[in-house]
Design a protein around this ligand. Sequence first.
Ligand code: DX5
Ligand code: ZN
Length: 214
Amino acid sequence: MEKKLKQVDFAEKICPSIFASDFSIIKDEIKKIEDFGCKIIHLDVMDGNFVPNISFGPKITSDILNVTNLIADLHLMVSNPSFFIDKFLFDKIKYITFHLEALNSEEDIFNLINKIKKINRKVGISIKPKTDVSKIEKYLKELDLVLVMSVEPGFSGQKLIEDSLIKIDYLDIYRKKNDLRFLIQVDGGINFENAKSIIEKGADLIVIGSAFFK
Ligand code: DX5
Ligand code: ZN
């Protein structure tokens, strides 16, 4: 019984990235996510500018969300997140995460945080592997989620960059010390072998793409 409960716990921490699925059998892929016991579907939106790849837009997102009861987290890998947010106002999208590197000023970042809060969504900021984690510190008080990228954003199927995991420790210590509640999510190169150790380091949610669907 205890073992079973632990497995449920584990499944609820996994956010499968639908970008890595086979879109020709999308309904079956979504069912895999539900059957595994996951609660959150991870939506990777790429604009071909912030990252050198293009994924999908609001039409496909809406079709996906129409055939599931899962909630979704939107990972915006785009240069103009404010523009994109307005196109993805679907009820099931509960978390909206943008990249710290996409914006130029502190003021723009706080404005975007407030915009997301105003539309009643949880707000997340993501940082790329080469971005110093201390750069996010001044925003942590306002956040529901921090997304630590463990690969360069843009593609599924890359190898995890071990050094990026140090940021989990830093964020976990920081939130305990300051009594903050943001979730730590890790994305990129995660599989069923390394997932548990990443959770043990303090990650609350992990994104799994290719390893989940293949
Ligand atoms: C990468 C995306 C990831 C990706 C994960 O830019 O943000 O969510 O789809 O895929 P894997 O798990 O294959 O690295
Ligand atoms: Zn992602």
